[in-house]
Write a protein that binds this ligand. Structure first.
Ligand SMILES: Nc1ncnc2c1ncn2[C@@H]1O[C@H](COP(=O)(O)OP(=O)(O)OP(=O)(O)O)[C@@H](O)[C@H]1O
Ligand SMILES: [Mg+2]
Length: 367
């Protein structure tokens, strides 16, 4: 699988700084000039989950292995990108390949750091970026729709199913709205068709307000404006100071705790960001726990047991018999597998079982 979250925004707003903090590397060049990034940087990030440590304690697991999410640091885009300005289409192609968008908005004032639009206005910046994505989608749909409609009229079943969804998406774009506005009342089947259209504005969005160090714990007036926008749209929202996070990422665990206390942060903003990205993608976690390791695995909400097993190994899915299942709360409260079994809280689940977040699973299979 591998779910990918793309870091998108205007040039020089802190995307690469954030990426480096997330991946705890200096893999992406971050510097004070627009279009510093050209080729996208890709990195895997461990998804922080305090439950793993609790499970490992009970099972005396030798190792803790978190699940991972991929972040992609993409080139900045400017007004006119959809028509080839700046890095134009190349950049749009990179966005097309991700599953969700973390849209970084500059909310910090610093005269020394160039802002391509000349002033701090995250709402206007968000509109600039979104407009380019919408123009690109509009262009793509307007090009594709006539041929599709012709096919639909000629009784092509597939085309007939796609056409109304394309038309609805087009109508939204013509009214200046992103296609994700139709996600809320999209049936699962329609959703598959919509995803197949491979548009830019149908991807879920998380606004990341990049604030100054002193605003990291509280946010500021600009980030509050973005919060209101995110709430109105049903989009994700996180306040973070990329500059601080990059510093924190360099520290040891002890130094980190101390540093965060001085600046009033309860947990690294990165943890909040990673979790928000995970939620945005409708991902949940199940665990496998034993003396060797306590390990987290990522699945889409709604995944049934065999497909969940397939994340570990395709053989597990092909030869799936059943899933020995204990809910996380039960596992902890009853002191592990034996206790849960004795209390009747361990269940054998079959092929139709929809795995829940936090399930501790043990798959039985034959190959
Ligand atoms: N919260 C912050 N406060 C102050 N300065 C910051 C903050 N976040 C990033 N910067 C600075 O802004 C500059 C641009 O950062 P960065 O290279 O990460 O931007 P970018 O969005 O990746 O740009 P590009 O689109 O050109 O690749 C760097 O000098 C970085 O140190
Ligand atoms: Mg960059």
């Amino acid at each position: 699988m591998g779910f990918r979250c793309g870091i998108v925004g205007l040039p020089n707003v802190g995307k690469s700084t954030l990426f480096n903090a997330l991946t705890r590397t200096a893999a992406a060049q971050a510097a004070n000039y627009p279009f510093c990034t050209i080729e996208p940087n890709t990195g895997e990030v461990a998804v922080p989950d305090p439950r793993l440590k609790e499970l490992a304690k009970i099972a005396k697991s030798g190792n803790i292995i978190p699940t991972r999410l991929t972040f992609v640091d993409i080139a900045g885009l400017v007004r006119g990108a959809s028509k080839g300005e700046g890095l134009g289409n190349q950049f749009l192609a990179n966005i097309r390949e991700v599953d969700a968008i973390a849209h970084v908005l500059r909310c910090f004032v610093d005269e020394d750091i160039t802002h391509v639009e000349g002033k701090i206005d995250p709402i206007a910046d968000a509109d600039t970026v979104e407009t380019e994505l919408m123009l690109s989608d509009l262009d793509s749909l307007e090009r594709r729709l006539p041929a599709l409609k012709k096919k639909a009229a000629a009784k092509d079943k597939e085309a007939a199913a796609i056409a109304p969804i394309m038309e609805k998406a087009l109508e939204l774009l013509q009214n200046g709205k992103p296609v994700r506005a139709m996600l809320a009342d999209c049936s699962p089947d329609d959703r598959v068709i919509l995803d197949g259209l491979n548009l830019l504005t149908s991807k879920p969005v998380l606004y990341v307000c990049n604030v100054a160090e002193e605003d990291a714990a509280t946010g500021n007036a600009e980030s509050e404006r973005v919060r209101a926008k995110a709430e109105a749209e049903g989009a994700g929202f996180v306040v973070i100071s990329a500059a601080i996070e990059a510093e924190i990422a360099q520290l040891s665990d002890e130094e980190e705790a101390e540093f965060m206390e001085t600046i009033g942060l309860e947990e690294p903003g990165l943890d909040r960001l990673i979790r928000a990205g995970y939620d945005l993608l409708h991902l949940i976690t199940y665990f496998t726990v034993g003396p060797k390791e306590a390990r987290a695995w990522t699945i889409l909400k709604g995944t049934k047991a065999p497909a969940a097993a397939g994340v570990i190994h395709t053989d597990f899915e092909r030869g799936f018999i059943r899933a020995f299942t204990i809910g996380y709360e039960d596992y902890i409260a009853l002191g592990g597998e034996v206790g849960a079994k004795e209390a009747g809280k361990a269940r054998d689940e079959g092929k139709e079982y929809v795995v829940r977040d936090g399930d501790v699973l043990h798959f039985r299979f034959n190959t």
